[in-house]
Design a protein around this ligand. Structure first.
Ligand code: ATP
Ligand code: MG
Ligand code: MG
Ligand code: MG
Length: 470
């Protein structure tokens, strides 16, 4: 009997409860009081103020399972076996309480005793000069040295700008030689699919100074993050996060609606995975109060939703279909994230409106884009103009990345500088048209289309408030 994703999440939480951690709910995907971040992308991100000491945590030991969005990974989705734009990060945290010894001991105990992962399949990495972590793995755990790899800053040192930072130790699962790159000394850090990184233990022990030196941090912290979907891959013995139980249910629905068979054609499969991934992000983002718009978070949402819609069309799906997938997302994630269930009708409405809005112009836009590319090719060029890309954006609702993606499939590009210029000009025109009146920025926003949904959703004011923080 394979462990389901929901069961793995429960076990993680239970484990850290036995280690005396305060168990907190996932924070919203919208960062609060943090202008440096568009969307929550790790377990520690919403806890930053506890790490910096600005706020006092409810307890010095905490554990969460955090909803995360990483749009930076969007091009990996459907391509690598391990990346999603939406995923859950399980983490345990120490704010000046325990440090490396406990973090490593518990990580090992959880994966080998609570999940019973075969020890010989596990590899670990440490930061190249972190002898302390190396020694703990080797002597305290008794971990074989052949499978401890020292890696450099890029992989195993966590820092953003100045302030608290430190080395990491990461835990990998060896999927087997057949996934390797065939190099002589295949190990974590190799650019192949053999070693799956699943847990990152960050030892925040330094305080980076203005002059570039690293001072010792008075209160050392622990921040760990384990991808739930990746752990589910390991526990369910599947190759790819899209084959994990909960995600696979969504994927199956995509193939059912499109009436195709998965695993027959690599191009089709990639589209299936993109749709599967993006609808999950879309559902959670709207559930947390993000609305489609042309800026900030709203733009990320719009881009994901429209990209999903377009790939659905590539699969031959006619008419709106995203809400049928929403059903499955809620079925599989609703228990752990009741907000999805509570806001179901609202999420449905937002998806419906946005999908319809895009559908109205999608075919036309595709036709126009086709005419552009034909023209460009005939001229022996490989780039469409900024003006053309902007027209697709402005009149046909094509997010820039979508246009880029379609062009790329044909080996073409677009003039991004020209696009930015057009965008700037349009903003100025809009500003001039508005005169000096403030607060009209939301005029043509989907909010106006949502009047109907408004009356049905109690949390509307919160949503509006959140959506305005950009
Ligand atoms: P990778 O090198 O595979 O891109 P990462 O080093 O960027 O992962 P971390 O920032 O260390 O990832 O995040 C901690 C953990 O979160 C990872 O070990 C992994 O289990 C999980 N994780 C990170 N990015 C993703 C993603 N896009 N999809 C699913 N899980 C992820
Ligand atoms: Mg990454
Ligand atoms: Mg990594
Ligand atoms: Mg990592």
């Amino acid at each position: 009997e394979k462990l389901g994703l929901n069961e793995i999440r429960r076990r993680f939480t239970e484990f850290f409860r036995t280690k005396d951690h305060y168990i907190a709910k996932s924070h919203s995907l919208i960062p609060s009081n943090d202008k440096s971040l568009l969307l929550i992308n790790s377990g520690m991100a919403p806890l930053k103020n506890y790490f910096s000491g600005v706020e006092t945590p409810p307890k010095k030991r905490m554990s969460t399972v955090q909803k995360c969005i990483r749009t930076g990974d969007i091009d990996n989705v459907g391509v690598t076996a391990r990346h999603a734009t939406f995923f859950e990060m399980m983490g345990n945290f120490s704010f000046g309480d325990y440090f490396k010894k406990e973090a490593i001991t518990w990580a090992w105990e959880f994966i080998t005793e609570w999940l019973e992962i075969p020890e010989d399949k596990v590899w670990v990495t440490v930061y190249e000069s972190d002898d302390e972590a190396y020694d703990l793995w080797k002597n305290m755990i008794g971990f074989p040295e052949e499978r401890i790899v020292r890696l450099g800053k890029e992989d195993n040192f966590w820092e953003i700008g100045l302030g608290p930072c430190g080395p990491c130790s990461e835990i990998y699962f060896d999927k087997g030689e057949k996934y390797g790159c065939g190099c002589e000394d295949c190990k974590p850090g190799c650019d192949c699919d053999r070693f799956l990184e699943f847990w990152n233990l960050v030892f925040t022990q330094f305080d980076k100074q203005e002059d570039g030196s690293y001072g010792d941090l008075e209160n050392k912290n622990i921040d760990t993050g384990m991808g739930l979907e990746r752990m589910a891959c390991i526990m369910q013995d599947v190759d790819n996060i899209f084959e994990v139980d909960t995600i696979q249910s969504v994927l199956k629905k995509v193939t059912e609606i499109a009436n195709i068979e998965y695993g027959k054609d690599s191009v089709t499969d990639k589209s299936v995975r993109i749709v599967t991934d993006h609808i999950r992000s879309v559902a959670f983002m709207i559930g947390d109060g993000i609305l489609p718009s042309n800026e900030g978070r709203g733009y990320v949402l719009r881009r994901l939703l429209r990209r999903a819609a377009r790939h659905g069309k590539l699969l031959g799906i006619e008419g709106p279909f995203l809400n049928q997938l929403l059903d499955i997302v809620i079925e599989t994630c609703g228990e752990a994230y009741p907000e999805l269930v509570e806001k179901e009708s609202y999420i449905r409405k937002v998806i419906g409106i946005e999908e319809e809005k895009f559908a109205e112009t999608l075919q036309q836009g595709l036709d126009i884009l086709h005419s552009y590319t034909e023209e460009v090719k005939k001229e022996g060029n490989n780039m469409i103009s900024g003006e053309q890309a902007f027209k697709l954006y402005d009149t046909y609702g094509f997010p820039l990345d979508l246009t880029k993606e379609i062009l790329m499939d044909e080996g073409l590009t677009l003039d991004e500088e020209g696009f930015t210029k057009e965008m700037q000009m349009q903003k100025e025109r809009a500003r001039a048209a508005r005169g000096n009146r403030e607060g009209d920025a939301w005029k043509e926003d989907p909010l106006t289309l949502l009047d109907d949904a408004k009356s049905k959703f109690d949390g509307y004011h919160d949503l509006e408030k959140n959506a305005k923080i950009k």
